[in-house]
Design a protein around this ligand. Structure first.
Ligand code: FAD
Length: 459
């Protein structure tokens, strides 16, 4: 697509939102994304205020041959919400929520973060399954699949998506759900931002208010016992229990006791949604058999759990991501995990194993675009640090960890945990759903207009 000289005046004059360009006072703030490693300079940032603005921006981008990216919460690992030299369709101003407590549903603007949704639904004693950090965008997380504390009980975020309003590459506007544009609805449940700009999502919400949750930490010499126990436990645990396993460095701040500060440990972050009066009885056997060095598990409002890690991971840190899906944790895989997990290069670096069995397994692998319904965990290895001088260290650690563990993985990875790893890796993530995705891409975006993403080439 040839880029022509363009006149941004018509777009500027007609947008209800703002058009931000190089040299404007807000330009540097507007082009920043969550990952401090990403430094891209778009030609135009259209901060859209409504659907009409989005349609106008899509038409302007297409008519002027511009590279276009879609920005939701700006959290994407590889910075796929922005682009160099092109037009960013920034949805952050489209952040309304509307809860229907009778129907148990919530309608959410395409630029919301999960903090917006948790805030709105919690007032009605409801929750939508989402991720582990509340500042993440609803858009990117949902379209890639969405996993978090409620996955084992309520499924992936896409399993709770009822409908999406989408602006397509030709500027037309459609609703995709089980009845209308069912092929598009299938594709957006896992296929990322490949098919259009989603201006509104409608989700099923669940009656979840207070959960019994929080972290348990163990000393590293307990890691072999904890990991071996965990792999058996989570495979058959009641679905109202989720616990993700982590190697971590204890942050040097309350509520963590000083004697554990900066210690490399292993941990499980639990979330139990069953009756609170049964919670102690549910967790006491674990406490007895594997006494943790730190136990902060207790009753918490759901939004408090969702924001627990936000202060630890503010925007602007350097992040390097590697990921895989995992079916089984062999003894040798555990040994390798402990080898790398006990050498975290910086305080923020970590490895998480997110369980994706339970309710997420009851959806067939061809029912949505999200293929790995048979995997037990999504593994993510992240080298993280505030200081760009440590970039090499965190990258080398994450790569070497991943290289050792990849042979024990299921092959592909969760697209939302990947940086730019090329077409083969995208195909590995969708497996035999890729061909159908490519055919649907041909129908809705034959020229690959939306290509700043984990790209699916039109068939
Ligand atoms: C600290 C952190 C924690 C995370 N934890 C989890 C987790 O617990 N569970 C989980 O599943 N994922 C998690 N993720 C990964 C997250 O899902 C992805 O980074 C996701 O891309 C973020 O979405 P966003 O809207 O914030 O991103 P953006 O960077 O704004 O957008 C990313 C891509 O999503 C697409 N997109 C975004 N919004 C729209 C829209 N409205 N319409 C069409 N396309 C759109 C675009 O293609 C864009 O390229 C986490 C990420 C971070 C940084």
């Amino acid at each position: 697509m040839a880029v022509r000289a363009f006149d941004s005046g018509t777009l500027q004059a007609n947008l209800r939102g703002e058009l931000i360009q190089p040299g404007d006072p807000g330009y540097d703030a507007a082009r920043k994304v969550y990952n401090g490693m990403i430094d891209k300079r778009p030609a135009l940032i259209a901060r859209c205020a409504d659907v009409a603005d989005v349609i106008m921006a899509v038409n302007f981008g297409r008519e002027n041959g511009l590279l276009v990216s879609i920005r939701g919460g700006g959290h994407n690992a590889g910075g796929l919400g922005i682009c160099d030299g092109g037009l960013v369709i920034d949805l952050s101003r489209i952040h309304y929520t509307h809860v229907d407590p009778q129907a148990g549903t919530v309608r959410v603007g395409g630029g919301c973060t999960w903090a917006d949704v948790d805030h709105a639904t919690h007032a009605f004693g409801l929750a939508v399954p989402c991720g582990f950090i509340s500042t993440t965008g609803v858009g990117g997380l949902t379209l890639g699949g969405g996993m978090g504390h409620l996955t084992r009980q309520c499924g992936l975020t896409i399993d709770n998506l009822l409908s999406a309003d989408v602006v397509l590459a030709d500027g037309s506007y459609v609703t995709a759900n089980a009845q209308q544009h069912a092929d598009l609805f299938w594709a957006v449940r896992g296929g990322g931002g490949n098919f259009g700009v989603v201006t509104s999502f409608e989700f099923k919400a669940h009656p979840i208010h207070t959960v019994y949750s929080g972290p348990m930490f163990w000393e590293l010499d307990k890691a072999p016992a904890v990991m071996s126990w965990y792999r058996e436990f989570i495979a058959q645990a009641p679905e109202n229990i989720t616990g993700f396993f982590a190697f971590l460095v204890v942050p040097p701040a309350p509520p963590f006791p000083e004697y554990l500060h900066k210690k490399n440990m292993c941990g499980i972050v639990w979330c139990y949604t069953g009756p609170l009066k049964q919670a102690e009885a549910t967790f006491n056997p674990t406490r007895r058999n594997l006494p943790p060095a730190l136990d902060l598990v207790g009753p918490l409002p759901h939004p408090a759990l969702q924001t627990m890690f936000d202060p630890l991971y503010p925007p602007g840190l350097q992040w390097y991501w590697k990921a895989d899906f995992v079916n089984e944790l062999s003894d040798e895989a555990i040994r390798l995990h402990i080898k790398h997990g006990s050498q975290l290069p910086t305080m923020h670096s970590t490895m998480h194993l997110y369980p994706i069995n339970g309710a997420a397994h009851r959806v067939g692998k061809h029912e949505t675009a999200w293929s790995y319904r048979d995997a037990t965990w999504a593994e993510v290895i992240v080298g993280v640090d505030p200081d760009p001088a440590n970039k090499r260290r965190i990258i080398e650690w994450a790569r070497s960890y991943w290289n050792d563990l990849h042979p024990y993985s299921a092959g592909g990875a969760y697209v939302n945990f990947m940086m730019d790893e090329g077409e083969a890796r995208v195909k590995a993530s969708y497996r035999d759903n890729y061909e159908r995705l490519a055919a649907i891409k041909r129908t809705y975006d034959p020229k690959n207009f939306f290509r700043v993403n984990q790209n699916i080439q039109p068939a």
